[in-house]
Design a protein around this ligand. Structure first.
Ligand code: GLN
Length: 202
């Protein structure tokens, strides 16, 4: 069996919330790893997807558009019923339960506090080689763009990676995944494959 297919040999379908941000890059990565990409812009597009990625971009805009198109509640429902969901950067903010100072809707699914733009202006963007033991021994080269920090996680959340100073930058709670950085912008496909592997656990 190949990870991009179900036990019955069906090709996996993974959605990317295509409202704002760099969803196109994720769709291309999915094609590359032999998963059927689905650009999710309406609630009906969620039907039949095995997992969903919420891309990086501007979290306030993504959450407003998600409300406007009636997607917020259907995404919550699917995730609560076990659909794997991965938020990258702005997507991680949208996924969180606690975002200090934030008036907009959040999905409130993952038990963590996420602080927006927490690395400060002087390091708006930077790159780092991360240790991510779950993905194997090779470091994961990560690109951070006006990235959030995961400042606190609940008991049911596993930390997948930290920066050298201890800042949490990747975490998992069951079938929910959050990364502060952008794996779709570098050639390493291990995080996208990791999401596809979660489909079998859901
Ligand atoms: N700073 C953005 C926000 O707060 C996130 C940036 C990103 O997704 N690259 O929504």
């Amino acid at each position: 069996m190949n990870g991009s297919q179900s036990a019955a040999g069906k090709r996996r379908r993974v959605g990317v919330l295509g409202l704002q941000g760099d969803f196109q890059e994720h769709l291309e990565v999915l094609r590359e790893i032999d998963v059927e990409p689905v650009d999710v812009r309406r609630p009906e597009h969620l039907e039949g997807v095995d997992a969903l990625i919420i891309p990086g971009g501007e979290s306030t805009t993504i959450s407003k558009l998600s409300d406007l198109y009636g997607l917020t509640e259907p995404i919550r429902e699917r995730a609560r019923h076990g659909m794997p969901l991965w938020g990258t950067c702005a997507g991680a903010i949208f996924l969180a339960t606690r975002v200090p100072g934030r008036p907009q809707t959040i999905l409130s699914l993952m038990d963590m506090t996420v602080e927006r733009n927490a690395f400060g202006r002087q390091v708006d963007s930077f790159e780092a080689d991360l240790k991510v033991p779950k993905l194997g021994p090779a470091p994961f080269h990560a690109v951070f763009i006006r990235a959030p920090k995961i400042t606190e996680v609940g008991k049911g959340v596993n930390v997948l990676s930290r920066l050298d100073d201890g800042t949490i930058v990747a975490a998992q709670q069951g079938t929910l995944l959050a990364t502060s950085f952008h794996p779709e912008l570098t050639p390493d496909r291990r995080f996208h494959r990791y999401l596809v592997d979660l489909i079998d656990r859901s």
